[in-house]
Design a protein around this ligand. Structure first.
Ligand code: GLC
Length: 653
C-alpha cells in the first residue's frame, strides 16, 4: 500500500534536523509542541466501507466480540475458532504446528489451513476470513529452515533502508510460505538505555534512522497488501517502549511530551505514511514528569490510542494489544478490561483466557460499560484491514508460495546484511584482514553456536533450548572460517586453555551473550552493564590467549552496546557483530581479505564505563553513534581507559 503522499519528516532541534529524503512530500516540521495532523494515505473506498457497514449490521454481539479476540494457537482448536467466531489467532514465540519445533513448511501450511478453513465454517450470514499474526522480527524466526537476518540493532548499523526493504520483501515471502499473512513487525522503538532487554529490537537511538527504516520495512513487508508475497505489517510498540526509566522493560517512560512527539513517535509517522495497517500497543506507561501529567499504562490510554493515533495521526487501520497487555491496566485482568477497549484497542491478544474475555466483554457491552459504537468501530477497522489485504477475495493459502520450502531461503540477502551490519571498532598491528593459508586458532563458545549468533526470537521465544541442528540451515562463524581459510588451517578450542598460541598466525576470539528476549534480557539497575561482568568466561578465554605475540581478533555477539574496554584492550582488532543471524559466513567475508570491507557504523553510542547506559547526561561514551573503522579508513586505537566498575551503579545525574 503506497501512500499517495509521502511525507518528509524533519524532526526538530530536539533531534538533529536533517530530512529523510523522500519523493514529492510536504515537509513535516515537528517542534514537539503539538502532535502532527495526518490523514490516512489510503483514500476512502466508499464501496468497501458500505460493504463493511452491511456486514457489521448483520453481526451478533458474540460474532463482533469474536472478531476482536486473538488467542494463541496452542490454546484453541480450529473447531473452537468456528464456534466462537474468532477473527484472529497468533503463534507466539515457540508455538509450532503440533508443538513440533522441526515442523516443515508443509506442516505449517496445513496447520494454518485448518484455522483459516474453520473461520469460514461459522454460521454467520457473511463469513469473515481469519487473519493469523506471527513475530517474524528477523526473518520467519519460528520456522526451522528459515534464513534469519541480523536483528534490528545490526541492521541499524548498516544504515541502508533499501537493504531493509529487501529484507521485508524476503520475510513476507517466508511468512506466506507458511500460510500466514500478518507480521508483528517492524519494532520502531528508539532504544535509549542499554539496560533494556529489547535494545536489539531497536534499529537505533537516532529517530531519523528509525523513521527511514520504518517506512522501508513497512513497504517491504506490505508491498501492495494484496499480492501473493505480501503480508500485513505492524508498527510497534506504541508508544515510548524504548525510553523507559533505567531501561526497565514494560516500565515507565518519563519523557516530556515534546520528546515523545519528536523522538519516540518518529517511526510511526513514516510507518503510517507508508500505509501500515496495524499498530501494536505498548506495555509501558507514560508519566510526563515535567508536565505533571500521568497517562498511565498505554493499553488503557484513550488519549494515546484514540485521540492521538486514530485522531491526530489519522490512523484508520487496527490497534492490537500486546500479549496479555490488558492485565497491566489498573483494575483489569488478562480476560477483562472495558477500559482498554474503550481506549481504542480493536483486537485483544488474549493468548489463553479468550473464553472468559469473550464472556466478560459481551457482558460489558450489555451493561453499557462498553458502547456498541466502540465495538462496531473496532470490527469495522478489523474488516477494513482484512479487505484491504484481499483476504475476502482470495484465501491466504491460494498464494503459490504456500508450502514452498524454497521460499524460506534468503541466505544470500542475509549474508549481504551481515557484511553490512558488523562494525570495526579497532584494528591494530595489521590484525585484519586475515589471509588464506595462515594458521588460525578460534576460541570462544559462541564461535560454533547458532543460538548465540541469532539471539532471542529464534525458533523459541527466548532463543534458548536450541542446538545448531534445530535451525535446519545456517552457518556458524567457525564453519564459515573453515570454508574461507581452509579446514586444515583452523583449530578450535572453546576455552583456549592448554593451546600453544605461538603455533598460530592469529587468534579469533568469538565472544557473546547467550540469547534472551524482552524483560529476561534487562540488566536491572544498579547492576553494571559490562560484558565481562555478565559473561566472565569470555574474559577468561581472552586472557588465556592474549599478549602472546600473536594478533587477537575479537568478534562480539551482543544485543546491546555494553562496556567492553577490558576486552578491547586485550584485542588487536575488535568487531561488534551484534546478533548477525544464521549466516555467519557474512562475517568471514569481511574478516578474510580479498573480498569486502567494513561499511557499518554504530547506530547506538558505545559506553565507556560500566554504569553508562546511553547518551544521558553523565554517561561516558567510548565510541559515538556513527563510529566505525574500515580497511580503507584505518585509525589507531590507543589503550582504552579502564575505569573501576562498582559493585552497584548510582543513578547518573
Ligand atoms: C510479546 C511482545 C510483542 C510480540 C507479542 C506476541 O510479549 O511484546 O512484541 O509481538 O508478545 O508474541
Amino acid at each position: 500500500m503506497k501512500s499517495l503522499l509521502k511525507t518528509t519528516l524533519c524532526l526538530s532541534a530536539l533531534v538533529l534536523a536533517s530530512c529523510a529524503a523522500t519523493t514529492t512530500a510536504p515537509t513535516r516540521v515537528l517542534d514537539g509542541s503539538a502532535w502532527p495532523i495526518m490523514t490516512s494515505p489510503t483514500p476512502v473506498d466508499a464501496a468497501l466501507e458500505r460493504r463493511i457497514a452491511r456486514i457489521v449490521a448483520g453481526m451478533t454481539l458474540d460474532q463482533k466480540v469474536g472478531q476482536m479476540t486473538q488467542p494463541d494457537v496452542r490454546n484453541i482448536t480450529p473447531d473452537e475458532v468456528a464456534r466462537y467466531y474468532i477473527g484472529s489467532v497468533l503463534n507466539g514465540g515457540g508455538a509450532w504446528p503440533d508443538m513440533k519445533k522441526d515442523a516443515s513448511v508443509a506442516d505449517w501450511a496445513a496447520y494454518s489451513a485448518q484455522f483459516h478453513d474453520a473461520a469460514l465454517r461459522t454460521d454467520m450470514a457473511v463469513k469473515i476470513p481469519l487473519i493469523w499474526g506471527t513475530d517474524a522480527v528477523h526473518g520467519h524466526n519460528n520456522v526451522r529452515g528459515a534464513t534469519l537476518f541480523p536483528h534490528n540493532i545490526g541492521l541499524g548499523a548498516a544504515n541502508d533502508p533499501e537493504l531493509v526493504r529487501r529484507i521485508g520483501r524476503a520475510t513476507a515471502r517466508q511468512v506466506r510460505a507458511t500460510g500466514i499473512s500478518w507480521v508483528f513487525a517492524p519494532t520502531v522503538a528508539i532504544g535509549e538505555d542499554r539496560r533494556w532487554g529489547r535494545t536489539y529490537e531497536s534499529y537505533s537511538s537516532d529517530p531519523q534512522l528509525v523513521a527511514r527504516y520504518a517506512q522501508a520495512m513497512v513497504e517491504g513487508l506490505q508491498g501492495d497488501l494484496t499480492g501473493d508475497g505480501d503480508v500485513v505489517a505492524t508498527a510497534k510498540h506504541f508508544l515510548g517502549d524504548g525510553g523507559t526509566f533505567q531501561g526497565v522493560d514494560q516500565g515507565e517512560n518519563r519523557d516530556t511530551r515534546a520528546q515523545i512527539i519528536t523522538r519516540h513517535a518518529a517511526g510511526y509517522y513514516t510507518a503510517l505514511d507508508a500505509g501500515v495497517q496495524t499498530v501494536m500497543a505498548t506495555y509501558n506507561s507514560w508519566n510526563d514528569v515535567e508536565a505533571g501529567k500521568i497517562y498511565g499504562k498505554v493499553h488503557g490510554s484513550r488519549e494515546l490510542l484514540t485521540d492521538v493515533l486514530k485522531g491526530s495521526l489519522g490512523f484508520d487501520g487496527l490497534v492490537v494489544s500486546d500479549w496479555n497487555g490488558i492485565e497491566q491496566v489498573e483494575g483489569c485482568t488478562k480476560s477483562h478490561c472495558a477500559q482498554a477497549i474503550n481506549a481504542g484497542l480493536d483486537i485483544v491478544m488474549v493468548p489463553v483466557d479468550w473464553r472468559d474475555f469473550i464472556t466478560n466483554t459481551v457482558a460489558d457491552v450489555n451493561s453499557g460499560a462498553i458502547p456498541m459504537s466502540r465495538i462496531d468501530d473496532a470490527v469495522t477497522r478489523i474488516l477494513r484491514v482484512k479487505m484491504r489485504a484481499g483476504l475476502f477475495d482470495r484465501p491466504v493459502a491460494a498464494s503459490p508460495l504456500t508450502g514452498r520450502a524454497e521460499a524460506l531461503n534468503a541466505d544470500d540477502l542475509a549474508r549481504e546484511a551481515v557484511r553490512k551490519s558488523i562494525v570495526l571498532l579497532k584494528n591494530e598491528n595489521g590484525a585484519l584482514p586475515l589471509t588464506r593459508g595462515r594458521k588460525v586458532l578460534v576460541i570462544g563458545a559462541s564461535a560454533d553456536s547458532l543460538s548465540n549468533q541469532t539471539g532471542g526470537w529464534s525458533l523459541t521465544w527466548q532463543g534458548t533450548e536450541n542446538v545448531n541442528a534445530d535451525f535446519g540451515g545456517g552457518e556458524t562463524l567457525l564453519t564459515a572460517l573453515r570454508t574461507a581459510l581452509g579446514d586444515a588451517n583452523v583449530t578450535y578450542s572453546a576455552t583456549g586453555s592448554g593451546v600453544r598460541v605461538s603455533d598460530f598466525d592469529a587468534v579469533i576470539a568469538v565472544l557473546g551473550e547467550t540469547p534472551y528476549a524482552e524483560y529476561t534480557g534487562d540488566v536491572r539497575f544498579p547492576k553494571p552493564v559490562q560484558h565481562s561482568a555478565l559473561y566472565p568466561a569470555d574474559l577468561a578465554a581472552l586472557r588465556a590467549i592474549a599478549n602472546k605475540g600473536v594478533p587477537v581478533i575479537s568478534v562480539l555477539y551482543s544485543g546491546r552496546p555494553a562496556y567492553a574496554n577490558d576486552l578491547i584492550n586485550l584485542s588487536d582488532a575488535f568487531v561488534a557483530a551484534f546478533l548477525p543471524g544464521t549466516e555467519g559466513d557474512g562475517i568471514a567475508d569481511v574478516l578474510v581479505g580479498g573480498g569486502h570491507d567494513f561499511t557499518a557504523h554504530l547506530s547506538f553510542a558505545w559506553p565507556g564505563s560500566a554504569c553508562s547506559t546511553g547518551e544521558h547526561p553523565g554517561d561516558v561514551v567510548q565510541f559515538a553513534r556513527g563510529f566505525g573503522l574500515s580497511y580503507s579508513r584505518p585509525a589507531l586505537t590507543a589503550p582504552l581507559p579502564l575505569p573501576r566498575t562498582p559493585a552497584a551503579c548510582t543513578v547518573t545525574p
